[in-house]
Design a protein. Sequence first.
Length: 217
Amino acid sequence: LEQIDGLERIRFLTGHPCDMTDDLIRTIADLDKTCPWLHVPAQSGSDAVLRRMKRLYTRDRYLAMVATARRWIPDVTFSGDIIVGFPGETDADFRRTLELVREVRYDLLFSFKYSERPGTPAAKLADDVPPEAKKERLAELMAVQDAIWDDLAAAQTGAVWEVAVEAEARRPAGSWRARTPNNRKVLLHGGDHRPGDLVRVRVTGCEASTFEAEPIN
């Protein structure tokens, strides 16, 4: 893919933490067209929960992978998945998950309450975390992630990026949907563009999960 003329960006969609080896991270870093964004689900920050999930990696291994990627891939961002209320998850286990989320500082986090799925190995475990505890843990996790994102987003005001135009936005008129190499969504105000155009922009703010920007003439 790196050798295809006209193909400017290659996006690595998702990877199991066990597959995110130093060699793979180095390859992503060395290829000019590979986007600096990694979706790597952690699922939990507790080693005890990870063992019950049969995830085959530890909290420390996951964090070491994140540190390696940050060291080798400029401007890399992370997204991930977290499940709260997995069978046997204690309050201490959940606190370890919050600590991991604060350390990684995800751009985007998909978070879920555990629910039994028939036929899976986890279905053999007692679903022993009360529904109200799952609800409270999910709300706390989302609040932590929202605070992280607010901090990350605020720091980008005034930054200059190159974005790829994806399509004309529904509103406001004259605006365009675009995306950075590290997978940040941008609403581009002004200019005459076409999908696929690469445009230099200056960030003017952020609304929810979408940055707003203006083209640099």
